[in-house]
Ligand binder design. Structure first.
Ligand code: DQA
Length: 153
């Protein structure tokens, strides 16, 4: 069974009440529950972690490499625009990942247009609200299936 880690960065624990004009009304707990159900339907083992601390996110990526995690879906939140450390952690492990954002980071303030992650990501999904997580899980599942076909496993 393939292992997928969904990693959410700072302030995403406040979803549901935080800047609802950008992030909507759904809580992180509700999004995580939907991800858990969809992952189960697609035969994936889904782990979900949210942290407000950069070092915890970095350490979670390191642990994912040790645990044999196959794919990461990450919303780095504000660290998207600042964190060389988290970028380097993903680069160091080489675990394939998709970068997601609830809001369209290209349609907001200029500082949000730059991401430290997009050029390393297998793909990016931005601006569709909580559906970005569902699309990313489906994308990860398809990518992992294609990889097993190529490897003959
Ligand atoms: C975000 C966009 C970031 O610019 C912001 O700092 C966030 C959330 C999003 O999901 O739209 O915290 O990643």
């Amino acid at each position: 069974m393939s292992r997928v880690l969904i990693l959410n960065g700072p302030n995403l624990d406040l979803l549901g009440s935080r800047e609802t004009e950008h992030y909507g009304h759904e809580t992180l707990a509700s999004i995580e529950e939907r991800c858990r159900i969809l992952g189960g339907e697609l035969g994936l083992e889904v782990e979900q972690v949210q942290s407000n601390a950069e070092h915890e996110l970095v350490e979670t990526v390191h642990r994912a490499a040790r645990d044999g995690t196959d794919f990461i879906i990450i919303n780095p939140a504000a660290f998207t625009h600042t964190s060389v450390a988290l970028r380097d952690a993903l680069a160091a492990t080489g675990i394939p990942f998709v970068e997601v954002h609830l809001s369209n980071i290209h349609g907001r303030e200029a500082f949000r247009r730059h991401s430290y992650f997009s050029d390393l990501a297998r793909g990016t999904i931005s601006g569709l609200g909580p559906a970005v997580y569902e699309l990313a899980i489906r994308g990860a599942s398809g990518w992992l299936d294609a990889r097993s076909d190529t490897r003959g496993t």
